[in-house]
Design a protein around this ligand. Structure first.
Ligand code: AMP
Length: 121
């Protein structure tokens, strides 16, 4: 899928739409999800035009891949989730329920999160 430079997270990364920022470095931006599904629900985005893990892992510069992964770890630690634990989740495509076509992971924490997926079929 071609990257849409007008997607919501591209606008947030460019500062055109505000966010409740948690962390930023040269590789990544993290901010609170606007509709939190856990006491802590943060989105972590790489700074680059990537929609999917396939595209990102195949074409992003190694420094960006490393920097993004390190940022995810740093955000979890900064939020105090290392000891109690947390969950990372990435939606891709229609079946995955991805709504915003800029690569991101959801970081959830702050309570026991229960089963990994809804049991509804
Ligand atoms: P996904 O469905 O994996 O693409 O996740 C998109 C997420 O973006 C959802 O959890 C939304 O609640 C969240 N979201 C939508 N608009 C905003 C916004 N302006 N600021 C922060 N999070 C947002």
């Amino acid at each position: 899928m071609a990257y849409d430079r007008n997607n919501l997270f591209a606008k947030i990364l460019r500062g055109e739409i505000p966010c409740n920022k948690v962390y930023e470095d040269e590789f990544a931006l993290a901010f609170h999800d606007i509709e939190p599904q856990a006491p802590i629900h943060v989105l972590v985005l790489p700074k680059g035009d990537y929609v999917s893990w396939a595209d990102f892992s195949a074409t992003a510069p190694p420094a960006l891949i490393a920097g993004y992964v390190r940022a995810v770890g740093a955000v979890a630690k900064q939020l105090g989730l290392e000891a109690p634990g947390y969950r990372l989740l990435a939606n891709h495509g229609a079946d995955g329920g991805q709504h915003v076509p800029h690569l991101h992971v959801h970081l959830f924490g702050g309570r026991r999160l229960g089963p990994m997926l809804s049991k509804a079929r």
